[in-house]
Design a binder for this molecule. Structure first.
Ligand code: COA
Length: 322
């Protein structure tokens, strides 16, 4: 049987850092409130002339270098994003052109904050099934473009960035299992109200920005993530405490602490980037993975649990041996 493995990781964060203290001037909030309620201290914001594609390209190039592969090797591209440059061509095609990758499947998928987990689950199927030999999997966002900077309940949370991995075939796992799920009944708790088909009309009062009923999202996120980690452990006959590293979606420190408790994991085995990155939606998990790989915490052979939860609601996990 053939498996897939992560051969290299990369990330890119825009240069501009927006601190909590700067936000105090923009909306009625405080550094203390943001830190205590979310864990976030700063986030990166894309420059005026930078798009999600620019961020994705930098992260992809880093992952390719780390894996020792070039554009000629890549034969599958999938990008998780909620903030693509344009409706079409999809961001996968734009990235393919930027990198000079030859004809191959290239697409973007929209699963909000779970976008990278969905993309990785799909890439694993293609690579382990023998339909691709070198997949580029990206999570990239410029959430600052769809944030209402006058709404304190959302603008303190989000940030921009991109993370990427290269997935290649392996004789042993690698990716052990991926679990993807969604429940559209929660569509009204976290959403962006307009799109190409549902255009904003003169009578529409909602801002063209992220809308979130934070407290309700929080409660479902905690419950759902506890259940997805239980499912992942059970599916692989693992006991709590057997995971080496938890790489969670970076939405809120209190949500992450609840998941870690469920796994019996001390917080020093949880990769945390949200203080520096904020919530970067589909980019958060691959960026956190890259941070811990590059600083030497995650080593080859370690057992990793990646998880995410986001608008839809969508959620998912990937268990893998790095
Ligand atoms: N600064 C200061 N006060 C703020 C604030 C801010 N930035 N944002 C909200 N508040 C206020 C609210 O107005 C409310 O005031 P009130 O009690 O006078 O009405 C109070 O803080 C509590 O609001 P609430 O929304 O209940 O806070 P919370 O503890 O739930 O924290 C979030 C808010 C958004 C940080 C939290 O709910 C959260 O992280 N939710 C999940 C986010 C998430 O996971 N999102 C996406 C999944 S990808």
């Amino acid at each position: 049987m053939r498996y897939s493995r992560i051969a290299g990781t990369g990330r890119y964060l825009p240069e501009r850092v927006l601190t909590n203290t700067e936000l105090e001037v923009m909306v009625d909030t405080s550094d203390e409130w943001i830190r205590a309620r979310t864990g976030i201290e700063r986030r990166h914001i894309a420059a005026e002339d930078q798009t999600t594609l620019d961020l994705a390209e930098q992260a992809a190039r880093q992952a390719m270098t780390a894996a020792g592969v070039g554009p000629a090797d890549i034969d599958f591209i999938v990008v998780g994003t909620t903030t693509p440059d344009v409706v079409f061509p999809n961001l996968g095609c734009l990235l393919q052109e930027r990198l000079g990758v030859a004809a191959c499947p290239a697409f973007a998928l929209e699963a909000a904050c779970s976008g990278f987990i969905y993309a990785l689950g799909i890439a694993d199927r293609f690579v382990s099934g023998g339909m691709a030999r070198c997949a580029l999997v990206v999570g990239a966002e410029t959430l600052s473009r769809i944030t209402d900077w006058t709404d304190r309940s959302t603008c303190v949370i989000f940030g921009d960035g991109a993370g990427a991995v290269i997935v290649q075939p392996a004789d042993e796992p690698g990716i052990i299992s991926a679990h993807l799920a969604a429940d559209g009944r929660y569509k009204d708790l976290l959403y962006f109200p307009y799109g190409p088909s549902r255009r904003r009309r003169p009578e529409d009062t909602e801002t063209a920005a992220i809308h979130m009923r934070g407290n309700e999202v929080f409660k479902v996120a905690v419950k759902t993530l506890e259940s997805i980690v239980d499912t992942t452990l059970a599916a692989n006959n693992l006991e709590r405490g057997q995971i080496d590293w938890l790489i969670p979606h970076q939405a809120n420190i209190r949500i992450i602490q609840a998941t870690a408790r469920r796994l019996d994991m001390p917080m020093d085995k949880v990769v945390l980037t949200l203080m520096d990155h904020g919530n970067t939606s589909a980019a958060s998990v691959p960026m956190a993975l890259d941070v811990a790989v590059r600083d030497g915490r995650i080593k080859r052979g370690d057992l990793l649990l990646l998880e995410a939860f986001g608008g839809g609601f969508t959620w998912g996990s990937v268990l893998l041996r790095y």
